[in-house]
Design a protein around this ligand. Structure first.
Ligand code: 5AD
Ligand code: SF4
Length: 473
């Protein structure tokens, strides 16, 4: 079997990152090995996102760029997968005639057969069929070359919630949960390769297993918590309506469960929440925040916000700003509402002007930046357990001089922390390495990161609020 080079361009969410790994895993037995360089690739796969209009524009502008490569090398195979592929199907071939393969979100397991067809018949192939459950390659997802400390693990597919703005139920299909044994095996396999943290993925992990009558999400977390060698567990996303008391309680019990929850509120105005079909009110949401903080006082809370949903008045937008200030989020992802194919809100008539959306987005971002900086500054002088994830040699400002090494990791509360690497003398190793969980004294705070010094002076006992110290190795 001759070896070939595969370049995957992942556009979009964490689930797409996971799907890209599955794509690479599926094509590996056919001789395809990953390359970072599209110029050297025999096949380029663009794994796409359709969640917002901007993401779709990004896909077509990337495809425009690789079109030139195909002109120079007609044997190059160009494939488009993911949500845009699912949504657009063979319309992609009309818009981008140099594309050879379009495969939808349920076709990843069939990809080797589709690629074999293209290789032998040199025909263009479209597969956007959707089933009730997703066929996947078996086993743990391959490590991506170098050892990675943190990896994503999809535990469920699709979504049944039908928020009126959202395209996901149409492009990813009905909700279905993976078997717990498959998930546990996959995580054990990852841990064997050096992975120390997993982030469990689903559109609404809180409803894991409900449809299939499987043990619930908290039970799954308990089993994952018992996996030897694994140090941290994260998950995303939680739908506020399904956040159970049991899951809130898990933050007080499971020692590997990180003190962070992404709990998207979308809006602070009840009328808008209703029009969005979110199935909770702002006060029900705030009640859950209170309970989370009662169980886990240092828990970091992040959220998604949509500004300019159809019909959103100035007063309703102010309610969103008020809610953001009341919760005091650790971080926010804010988006301008955009119409999506099939999503019911696309047919709502009272659309908000684009420049009003711009102004509202700006206000949300400004407010959040102030909150984030204040929260980060409050950590200065405190020690936090940090899971070390990567090393980078920062070039020195002058030419010819050696740079300085920098480690980067995250706190349990998902804050990025940079630390200087030790100046190891000849024969001396840096006492830190990827995958270490170490106490770090936070010295400086910025808007998007912290800077600290690895604390070897017994600071472990002085480790911040409840929980984080228990993560220290
Ligand atoms: N317009 C703007 N933002 C959207 N999101 C989902 N659909 C849309 C849309 N049509 C945002 C939501 C969701 C996040 C992943 O993307 O905030 O939580
Ligand atoms: Fe979209 Fe709502 Fe499902 Fe999230 S819960 S994926 S916003 S439909």
């Amino acid at each position: 079997m001759s070896l070939k080079k595969l370049h995957i361009q992942t556009i979009g969410c964490q689930m797409n990152v996971y799907d890209s790994d599955k794509i690479a895993q599926g094509l590996d037995p056919m001789g395809y090995r990953l390359t970072d360089s599209p110029d050297k690739a025999d096949m380029i796969i663009v794994n796409t996102c359709a969640i917002r209009e901007k993401a779709v524009q990004k896909v077509f502008s990337y495809l425009g760029r690789v079109a030139g490569l195909k002109q120079a090398r007609p044997d190059l195979i160009i494939g488009v997968g993911g949500c845009v592929a699912q949504q657009e199907g063979d319309r992609i071939l009309q818009r981008a005639p140099y594309v050879d393969l379009v495969f939808g979100t349920h076709a990843i397991g069939r990809l080797p057969a589709l690629v074999a067809r293209i290789e032998t018949e040199r025909q263009r192939v479209v597969d956007v069929a959707m089933g009730t459950c997703i066929e996947e390659p078996d086993g743990a997802v391959m490590p991506r070359g170098e050892t990675e400390v943190s990896r994503f693990v999809t535990i469920m597919h699709g979504c049944d919630n039908f928020c009126t703005y959202c395209v996901v139920p149409y492009v990813r299909g009905r909700e279905s949960s993976r078997q717990p044994d498959h998930i546990l095996d996959e995580i054990r396999g990852l841990v064997d390769t050096g992975v120390r943290e997993v982030t469990l993925l689903g559109q609404n992990v809180n409803s894991y297993g409900q449809k299939e009558g499987l043990p619930d999400f908290t039970s799954l977390l308990e089993k994952i918590n018992d996996i030897e060698g694994l140090k941290r567990i994260r998950f995303t996303t939680s739908h506020p309506k399904d956040l159970s008391e049991k899951l809130i309680g898990a933050f007080g019990i499971l020692d590997k469960l990180c003190h962070h929850i992404h709990l998207p509120v979308q809006s602070g105005a009840d009328r808008i929440l209703k029009k969005m079909n979110r199935n909770y009110t702002s006060s029900q949401y705030l009640d859950k925040i209170t309970k989370l903080r009662h169980t886990c006082p240092d828990i970091a809370i992040t959220s998604d916000i949509i500004v300019g949903f159809p019909g959103e008045t100035e007063r309703e937008f102010t309610a969103t700003l008020d809610l953001i200030a009341t919760v005091g989020y650790d971080g926010l992802f804010a988006f301008k509402y955009s119409d999506r194919p099939n999503a019911p809100a696309t047919r709502f008539t009272d659309k908000v002007d684009e420049h009003v959306k711009d102004q509202r987005l700006q206000k949300v971002l400004e407010l959040q930046e102030k909150i984030t900086i204040a929260k980060n500054r409050a950590l200065v002088g405190q020690t936090r357990a940090v899971l070390v994830e990567s090393y980078r040699l920062k070039p020195a400002s002058g030419t010819g001089e050696a740079g300085t090494g920098q480690w980067t990791g995250r706190t349990s509360t998902n804050k990025i922390v940079h630390m200087p690497a030790a100046e190891a003398g000849p024969g001396q190793a840096d006492p830190i390495d990827k995958g270490f969980l170490i106490p770090v004294l936070i010295k400086k705070a910025f808007a998007h990161s912290l800077w600290g010094l690895p604390d070897g002076s017994g600071a472990r006992t002085a480790c911040g609020p409840k929980g984080e110290s228990s993560h220290a190795a």
